[in-house]
Structures are given as structure tokens and as C-alpha cells.
Design a protein around this ligand. Sequence first.
Ligand SMILES: [Zn+2]
Length: 427
Amino acid sequence: LNVVLAGGLLMRSLWGPVEAADLVIEGERVGEQAAGAPSFDASGCVIVPGHVCSHHHLYSALARAMPAPERSPRNFVEVLEMIWWRLDRALDAEAIRLSAELGSLEAALAGTTTIIDHHASPEAMEGSLDLVADALEAAGTRGAVCYEVSDRHGEDRGLAGVEENIRFAAANRRPLVRAMMGAHASFTIGPATLGALVDAARDVRAPIHIHVAEDAVDEEDSLDRYGQRVIHRLEAAGALAEGDLVAHGVCLDATEIGTLHDSGAWLAHNARSNMNNAVGYAPVQDAGDRVALGTDGIDGDMFAELRAAHLRAREVNPEAGGDDALRWLAGGSTFAARLFEEPLLGTLVPGAPADLTVLEYSAPTPFREANVAGHYLFGLGRWAVRDVMVAGRWLVRDRHHVVVDTEELASRCRAAAARLWTKMDEL
Ligand SMILES: [Zn+2]
């Protein structure tokens, strides 16, 4: 595709100047020469780099509005046992594929072009990562996949999870999909499985993606069984290295934050999920410059996540500025740039992958480099997303997904969700 997006405002990064400039797309990338290319009208719009969701669970898409358990979970472990560990056991191949496609589609409609997914389906494990990756590919979304290794159904199943990650990482040839090494959390992974997953991750060069200290139970378990806090247990096992991804980090203490920072690993902050699970506030303010934002499966809407992250930060710390949350959102792009070995991913400079969103937004107040965060937090939202492109291909045009038949997918998802909920009831 060669095209010139003309007449709008252009942000070549979330930090860059807001310019009145045309954007040239040549094939899959941002180009320089506009000569002869057709023009695409972006007047009254702002063109921004596509957003990255740094921690997602696409498998939860069919859980939307499902019946609540008979009684309310009383703590985090009950949330897992009564809801999510029943859902993941009820997943079959069709539900995995449909939920991943639905989640990818809805993310694109919200301006999210890259999804870092974390998948679990213990009763349909083998081949599950291909189903997720196929769905990402079918929807045109860039993404990374991994299987959630856990000994919660026995060590043999934990090791089978490692194998699923290895199998996928070795076989994957999809240009827009990368492999990571997934892990549930320290409190469901014993020493043997942890050792196996670290060895495999380094062997197949798939960065580790793990929940850490999402709730105090993870720290208590690690202290009880290993005499170490979670981050120190992971560090000792070699499970924290540059490019690895730690989700949540709610209960990290100052020494763990320091160790995490020194390791080069990233922290995915999931403000809305942490509030929803009442687990507490992650010390993101102290976590340095490798923080990214994730949704933890709530949806693919990074505008909503950004706003919640900002408001929650303000509630804890009145000195928190809007730029902090925007920096965390941009952090997801830096993380993805490394993972995809695309240093310019998350920018719209010549040579960058053409992952972008056209926002229909005639700013009613001055809009310039210094106040981008103010517009992101208090003006913009997914409502403004008009067109979305990934690697030079339009996924969304005029607010409609043009790669996936949205109505047909919704119809198949409704039927699959009804079956899934019934199956959950039987577990
Ligand atoms: Zn998660």
C-alpha cells in the first residue's frame, strides 16, 4: 500500500511535536517520498502511533457479562478459583480461537495495534498458541503469545506448558507474531518447573512473561516455601533478564523494585484489573523507566487504561502528573520495539512499521507537544478512533473493522459463549 495521509495533525511519537504534516506510507512502513501516491483525507484528524497493550488475556473475551458465581469471592485466590481457573478449564479450541479473534478486533477498534497476550487453557493446551496466533493474524493485529506455565494441575502439566511454549516458539513463522515464555505466578510454580521454563526461555530466546506479586499470597508463599520474596526467588532462578515482562507487581517492596530495575525486565501495570480485584496499588511511581500498561484481559482499550492509571496514581499521590501515565503507555511501545526487533516501532518516522491510528479529533483547545497528556487524559478516547493501520494494512476504516466480519464473528461468539458458560457450570 502506498498512500499519503494528508491534511491532519501528526504525532510521530507520543512525546514528539504535534505537527501539521502529511504522513507517507510505503508498503509496510512509513516512507519519505510522496510522489504519485494516492491521498487519504485526514483533515480534522490526529495521526498517532498505534497503542500497545502490554498484558492481555484474550481468552477472557467470552467471559463478558457471564453470570457471577453463587457467592462473591472473598479474596484474590478465590477470584482465581471461582472464576478464571474455571473459565480456562472450560476452554476448547473453538472458544480459544473465537475469543482471541474477538479481543483482537475490539482492540483494533480502540486503536490498539499490538497485543502482548498471556494464554491459559489447561484442558486444550497443545496447539493452543497456534489458535491464538492464527486469530491475531486473521484480524491483522501485531502480537506476542505465550502459554501460562503452572503446576496447579500437577508438575507434569506444568512441564507440558513449557513444551507448548517451546513448540510454538520453534515453529512460528508469522511475520507479525512473536513468542514469549509464559508463566502463571511463583505461587503455582515449583522449583523443577521454574528451572525448566527458564532454561527453555533462554534456549529458544523467548522472553519470560509472568504475574508477580499481584496479591500478598504470592509473596507469602515464596517466603514460606523458599525463604525469599518473589522477585528474589525469580532472580536466583535466572528468571529475570532484559526484555522479560513482569505483570502487576502490586506487593513489591523497595528491594524488589531495585532488583527488578537492575535486571532490565519490564513491569506491566494493570490499574483497572488491580482495582477490580482489590489487590492494592502497584508502586509504579518508583519503578523507573521500564513500565508499560496492560489491561489484564478487561478489554483492549488503552485510552481507558491510561485514564484509570492516571486517576489511580493521583488518588495515591497528588503530585503524580499526567505525563507519568502517558510515559507508561509509551513504555509499551519501547518494550514491543525490542521484542519485535523493530527499534522504530511506536514511532511514525521514516522506516518505522506503519502501525497507526487516525483519531477524528478537532481539538477545541490548543493542542501541542506540551499538553498531549492533557488531551489524552481528558479529551481523547476510543470514541475518536476512525481508522487503524498495522504494518501498512488498513484494519479499521471509518470506524469499521474491514478485515473481520464483525457481525458474523459476534454471532459465532454468542453461541460459543453460551456453551462455554454451561461447561463452566458443570466444572
Ligand atoms: Zn494477567
